[in-house]
Ligand binder design. Structure first.
Ligand SMILES: C[S@@+](CC[C@H](N)C(=O)[O-])C[C@H]1O[C@@H](n2cnc3c(N)ncnc32)[C@H](O)[C@@H]1O
Length: 204
C-alpha cells in the first residue's frame, strides 16, 4: 500500500487502530527510562501518544498525511506534545544516534524497502538506546490470525534480526509473541514478530 492508499484507509473511519497502545510496546518499554523516542510509521499515533503520556519526548513519522493529521489531533486531545513528521521511512534521514528508543510497529513493506527502513531506524538509535520492531509474523498465514495475506510484507524474526545486526545494533531478543484478538467468530491468536536490539555504548 502506498501513501494515498493509507490516506484513504485512515480517512474512511474515525480510528483504524486501537486508541490505546500496542500491548508489546507497553511491556517492552516498562524497563526503560523515558528519554527521546522516535515512532517510525506511527499511523494514527496510538503508541506515540501513549509514550508521550509516559514522559517520553516523542517524534512520530509516517508517510500518510491523513494518519499524521489524526495523530496530531489525538495528541492535542490527550494534552501531550509530539513532533509529527510526514515522511517516507525508507528515505527519511533521522538525526544520527539521537533517540533512546526507536519503535517500528506493524510497518508492512516488501523485503528491500523494509531493510532500508530498518537501516534508517537503526541509525537513529543513540548509544545505550533501544530499537523495538514489532509486526505481523509470517506464520500467521499458516496458523495465526490477522495481518495482511501477502507473505512479502510479513515479518520473520531471523531476517529482521539480521538486518538490525547488519546495521550495527546488538540483538537482545528475536522471536514470536502471541496476542489474543476478539473476532466475529470468537477469540483468535495473532502471532507477532518481536525483535529488540540495542546500540551498546563504547564502554559496554
Ligand atoms: C499497520 S499501520 C501501523 C501504524 C502504527 N505503527 C500502529 O502500530 O498503530 C502501518 C503504517 O505504516 C505507514 N507506512 C507504510 N509505509 C511507510 C513508509 N514507507 N514510510 C512511512 N510510513 C509508512 C502507513 O501509513 C501506516 O500508518
Amino acid at each position: 500500500m502506498d501513501a494515498p492508499d493509507w490516506d484513504a484507509r485512515y480517512a474512511a473511519s474515525a480510528l483504524v487502530w486501537s486508541a490505546g497502545p500496542n500491548r508489546f510496546v507497553v511491556e517492552e518499554t516498562a524497563d526503560l527510562v523515558p528519554g527521546r523516542a522516535l515512532d517510525v510509521a506511527a499511523g494514527e499515533g496510538r503508541n506515540a501518544i501513549w509514550l508521550a503520556q509516559e514522559g517520553w519526548q516523542v517524534t512520530a513519522l509516517d508517510f500518510s498525511p491523513v494518519g499524521v493529521d489524526k495523530g496530531r489531533r489525538g495528541a492535542v486531545a490527550a494534552g501531550v506534545e509530539v513532533v509529527w513528521i510526514v515522511g517516507d521511512a525508507t528515505t527519511w534521514e533521522p538525526p544520527p544516534q539521537a533517540f533512546d528508543l526507536v519503535l517500528v510497529a506493524y510497518l508492512q513493506l516488501p523485503r528491500a524497502a523494509l531493510r532500508a527502513a530498518l537501516g534508517r531506524a537503526a541509525a537513529a538509535v543513540a548509544p545505550g538506546g533501544t530499537l523495538l520492531v514489532i509486526g505481523h509474523d509470517r506464520d500467521n498465514l499458516e496458523r495465526g490470525h490477522g495481518g495482511p495475506p501477502d507473505p512479502e510484507v510479513l515479518l520473520d524474526a531471523d531476517t529482521v534480526a539480521d538486518d538490525l545486526e547488519a546495521a550495527g545494533l546488538q540483538l537482545v531478543a528475536a522471536g514470536q509473541v502471541e496476542r489474543e484478538v476478539e473476532t466475529d467468530d470468537g477469540k483468535r491468536t495473532a502471532i507477532d514478530c518481536l525483535v529488540r536490539a540495542v546500540r551498546h555504548t563504547s564502554s559496554s
